[in-house]
Write a protein that binds this ligand. Structure first.
Ligand code: HEC
Ligand code: HEC
Ligand code: HEC
Ligand code: HEC
Ligand code: HEC
Ligand code: HEC
Ligand code: HEC
Ligand code: HEC
Ligand code: HEC
Length: 376
């Protein structure tokens, strides 16, 4: 069966090869490359546009490699040979091609990256995408989906590109992110301080973000930036958000929970329950989940009986002051003044009393003794 199904490919291949060979001496279609470059042998055939091959499932695969694009790539600049990746090929004819589909071919060939980038390769082994792939999801990302194969460029720059890499497969999330306070700052202002997809998810060793573990440690993820005074003062954003969160009843329970049983799912609110995840907005944006008009609905997700007064039961992220939660502020202030005041008064009272007694004793010693003597 496999032999029969491959027969037409073999015939086509032979025909193509003859076509190529016939074309080589006369054609000028292949871009002129430096002589002595071993890649020229390959590009003599693969540098000719429009050449393609039909795979077993009927898909057509182009055989064209743009020499200029390759030489501009990170690998072209390092003068990598074609055979550094295509280790199974040395000349023509090639070993038989037994990929059923284009995707089969890609999944088979990306293994080539391992030879030189074993660190990244090993990191991906436990990643979410690798697990999905092993579980049969053929669309899960492999090296070449994110990096390309012949056109690989610096993956860190421009920084927008990092998030754009994910957009080809996670379009809805990307669109939400792009409109968020973080994404908009990255795309509209090239702001280097906001998170890209990989700051929150990691890259090669990406884990499942929907586990209890990820949820419980998520406040620290936000805290990496939002607890950083130097960073946040640039934007006039308070870092109390983190301290107050950890101090409030939601945060305290999450923190305690983390210490006791890290693998149980906590239902206490974490940052993204109130602010959203990929759609986090500035707090004065009318679409923000925490803006006054939306806040009750946000709380009601977990406190279904909450009424309009409910959100005020939480002091938000503010350490109470005259402007925010004045009642709490004045009560605090009251205690702040009254407690030292009372203690001060007590100390003064006790000291004065002691002095009075001492003075009284010295002054009244004779008298007392006399009195005592008198009594004895
Ligand atoms: C005489 C023309 C010719 C030359 C020279 C040539 N190829 Fe090919 N190549 C082909 C044809 C035709 C195919 C289609 C499949 C087949 O015939 O094996 C192909 C397929 C391929 C494929 C895809 C299929 C596979 O087996 O992976 C790769 C990769 C490839 N060639 C790389 C190279 C490299 C690298 C070189 C240089 C060492 C090279 N080729 C030299 C004609 C050529
Ligand atoms: C950095 C590794 C690497 C280098 C260097 C490289 N290739 Fe490839 N090539 C791949 C991978 C991986 C694929 C599998 C297809 C994919 O993922 O797009 C591929 C696919 C191909 C194909 C099949 C058609 C296609 O584009 O998918 C041809 C033909 C090919 N390469 C030829 C070449 C030639 C010619 C050179 C040298 C100029 C070269 N390759 C250099 C990694 C490389
Ligand atoms: C024969 C060795 C070799 C193979 C195979 C190879 N690479 Fe590379 N790669 C290099 C070298 C050398 C560099 C440039 C030096 C560096 O940045 O590490 C590089 C650079 C890169 C970079 C840019 C790194 C940076 O920080 O700018 C990426 C991304 C990359 N390779 C991805 C791949 C992928 C994906 C594959 C498989 C399709 C692959 N490489 C196969 C040798 C290789
Ligand atoms: C889901 C997309 C994705 C996959 C899959 C992926 N990468 Fe990357 N890779 C990236 C991004 C994005 C960066 C840049 C990260 C940054 O700048 O923080 C990167 C960075 C790199 C670098 C530069 C050095 C570094 O670690 O930052 C190399 C080399 C590299 N990847 C190779 C590979 C190889 C080899 C594979 C497959 C085993 C692979 N990548 C799989 C997206 C991916
Ligand atoms: C080639 C397509 C592709 C690319 C590129 C890609 N992914 Fe994925 N990713 C998938 C598929 C398919 C799944 C399985 C779940 C689904 O269909 O959404 C997945 C799952 C995930 C998951 C696990 C959540 C779940 O639903 O299981 C995370 C997190 C993730 N991707 C993040 C990223 C990030 C971050 C990037 C960019 C650095 C990226 N992906 C790039 C295809 C891709
Ligand atoms: C500020 C941190 C942050 C950024 C930036 C971020 N994510 Fe997420 N992402 C999360 C969190 C937290 C979750 C878990 C949400 C949950 O519990 O459902 C998540 C969940 C996911 C999931 C799986 C659940 C789903 O909704 O399908 C995917 C896929 C994903 N993110 C992809 C991306 C991509 C792609 C980007 C960039 C465009 C991105 N994320 C940017 C924090 C972030
Ligand atoms: C119970 C809901 C809730 C939780 C949980 C929560 N927030 Fe907030 N957050 C709000 C509300 C409501 C506001 C609107 C401003 C206010 O009244 O404090 C806000 C405001 C903010 C602001 C703007 C502050 C400023 O100075 O402009 C930031 C940044 C922020 N939160 C980050 C976080 C982070 C990080 C976490 C987790 C550590 C978190 N939030 C947890 C509800 C929440
Ligand atoms: C890599 C650093 C970084 C991480 C991680 C991060 N943020 Fe931010 N965040 C920023 C910066 C920088 C701004 C200010 C952007 C601007 O105003 O242009 C911001 C803005 C915000 C705002 C808007 C504040 C306002 O004044 O309106 C909220 C809300 C917010 N972030 C919540 C979160 C939450 C929740 C998380 C975790 C899920 C998180 N952030 C993770 C850097 C980060
Ligand atoms: C993700 C779910 C979730 C969200 C969203 C949420 N909470 Fe909570 N909240 C909880 C849980 C769970 C408790 C702890 C209940 C207990 O321990 O008995 C709690 C406790 C409280 C308490 C302590 C008193 C009580 O009822 O036990 C207050 C007050 C409170 N939340 C206010 C708010 C406000 C205000 C909002 C919206 C800004 C909000 N919560 C959003 C889950 C949530």
């Amino acid at each position: 069966m496999p032999f029969l199904s491959r027969l037409p490919i073999a015939a086509l291949t032979l025909a193509l090869a003859l076509l190529f060979l016939a074309g080589i001496p006369t054609t000028q279609a292949a871009p002129p490359a430096q002589s002595g470059d071993p890649n020229n042998t390959c590009l003599a055939c693969h540098g000719i546009p429009d050449r393609e091959i039909e795979l077993a499932n009927g898909e057509v695969m182009s055989l064209y490699v743009d020499a200029e694009v390759f030489s501009d790539s990170v690998h072209g600049q390092e003068h990598l040979t074609c055979t550094a990746c295509h280790t199974n090929i040395s000349g023509y004819p090639h070993p038989p091609l037994n990929a059923n589909s284009r995707r089969d071919f890609q999944i088979d060939r990306y293994e080539a990256c391992r030879n030189c980038h074993s660190e990244q390769y090993d990191a991906t082994l436990d990643s979410m995408h690798a697990k999905l792939l092993a579980g049969g999801n053929r669309d899960a990302a492999i090296c070449t989906d994110c990096h390309g194969s012949h056109d690989i460029s610096n993956p860190h720059e421009p920084r927008q590109q990092v998030s754009a890499t994910c957009s080809q497969c996670h379009a809805t999330i990307f669109d939400n992110y792009k409109e968020s306070v973080h994404g908009a700052a990255l795309f509209d202002e090239s702001n280097p301080d906001v998170p890209t997809c990989v700051d929150c998810h990691g890259v090669h060793s990406m884990e499942d973000p929907r586990t209890a573990e990820f949820r419980i440690k998520s406040p620290e993820l936000c805290g990496e930036c939002h607890a950083d005074e130097a960073l946040m003062s640039k934007y006039g954003i308070s870092t109390d958000v983190f301290n107050t969160y950890v101090a409030d009843f939601h945060g305290t329970t999450v923190t305690l929970f983390e210490r006791q049983s890290p693998d149980q799912l906590t239902n206490k609110a974490v940052c993204y329950d109130c602010h959203g995840i990929h759609n986090i907005k500035a707090i004065d944006d009318p679409n923000a989940l925490v803006v006054k008009e939306n806040l009750l609905v946000t709380c009601q997700r977990c406190h279904p009986d909450a009424d309009a007064n409910f959100p005020t039961s939480w002091t938000s992220h503010y350490i109470p002051d005259k402007e925010h939660n004045p009642l709490v502020y004045y009560i605090n202030l009251f205690y702040l003044l009254i407690i030292p005041g009372t203690i001060g008064f007590m100390i003064a009272f006790v000291s004065l009393d002691a002095i009075r007694r001492i003075v009284g004793r010295i002054f009244g010693r004779g008298h007392d003794q006399g009195h005592g003597g008198e009594g004895a």
